[in-house]
Design a protein around this ligand. Sequence first.
Ligand code: NAP
Length: 430
Amino acid sequence: MEKRKIGVGFLGLGTVGSGVLEILQMNREQVTRRAGAEIEVRKILVRDPHKKRAVNVNNDLYTSDADEVLDHPEIDVVVEVMGGVDEAKKYVKKALQNKKYVITANKDLMATSGAELMLLAGEYERNIYYEASVGGGIPLIRPLKHSLSGNRISRIIGIINGTTNYILSKMSLENMDFETALAEAQEKGFAEQDPSNDLEGKDAGYKLCILAGLAFNSRVNYEDLYVDGINGIDKRDIAYARELGFTLKLLAIGEEIDGALAPRVHPALVPSTHPLAGVLFENNALYVTGNAVGEVMFFGPGAGALPTGSSIVADLLDVAHEMRCQEEGSVMELHFQDKTIISMDKLHSAFFLRLQAKDQPGVFASLATTFGNENVSLDMIIQKSSTEGQAEIVLVTHEVEEKNFNRAVDKIRDFSYVRRINSIFRVIKT
Ligand SMILES: NC(=O)c1ccc[n+]([C@@H]2O[C@H](COP(=O)([O-])OP(=O)(O)OC[C@H]3O[C@@H](n4cnc5c(N)ncnc54)[C@H](OP(=O)(O)O)[C@@H]3O)[C@@H](O)[C@H]2O)c1
């Protein structure tokens, strides 16, 4: 009997695409056995068909005409690893309309147009797989969709941007300043030449939209997020935080409180004993709290050719399974509900604050009274240094409602003895 074949077309063959092909070549026998079919690459869209590639491919497979992939009668699955939004979206739509399964590594596309594409996939009885779009090689989408689906998930906390985690790890472990750590990340290929999307928290925000959607069974739009990045972080804050037993991380947090959602990205302190504090350099992690499983953490490489390729090959095996079982219309994202978004000032958090004040008697008492009047109680307050009549004060509050903390800070800012409020970070204590 002739062996079954699954025809695959690629949109793009850069870092990730090459990783996928390398895995398909390296693990051919195992992949064929698990898929119950030969995976056969039938066409590859690139910008420049003559460019030298990281993998060996028959030159006839290359094309610079997307329709040769999208209209190919013997391509069952289209793997979109070209990036960008507009063209990628146009091609993915056409692939679905031509009744092809789609696998994508494109977080920007899924965060901005995922709902629309899923609707189209359902209409054409196909499916979109996107395990590689968040966390590179770490399985995150599948666990949220399947393994943890018996749980009510109350919170997810992710370190899902390798660039910022690399910078903060270097600043913390080697006392580097921000600019040096960024330059090193760029030199080692962990940060792009224009790193603004990473530093401003946008990349983590896009990924959070995808993860929070699955965790809370709800559409989460980027515009609903509170997003704050790590630009201008001072290494002194990191050192003081460490002295107090905390580590600074850029966190992507999704939380469901009384049926409403609080999705946000911002730098925050976590206890140095927390599993997220040990997620270093370019690694990523997702910490999930479910009402049955308790707390679980997924950890690993958040990018790279082979790790990301491994997620795409897993998606290919899922497509092979779906084709074999002839499941139809299994797009679970179509059943998402719309949930209310909670505004930041209604959330509860502990805070770390560093300020410069005149070194004079009564400052601690005045700060404690001002916070107390707004129902903010202090966990610790320390004078870190005193030079030329100026004191540097660091304090950490107990958990409080954000609006109360902000009100107290507004008052403190106006006190004549306060020179400057240097920094404020949220503290995640558990
Ligand atoms: N790199 C990672 O570690 C990683 C991890 C997770 C997710 N992702 C996502 O995976 C996707 C691909 O990333 P990558 O790092 O592999 O990108 P890349 O190295 O820049 O490769 C992009 C590929 O797409 C082709 N391409 C781009 N635009 C095209 C167009 N308009 N027409 C035809 N071909 C086009 C390029 O062709 P040429 O080679 O001819 O220029 C290249 O082969 C992105 O969505 C990215 O966010 C990447």
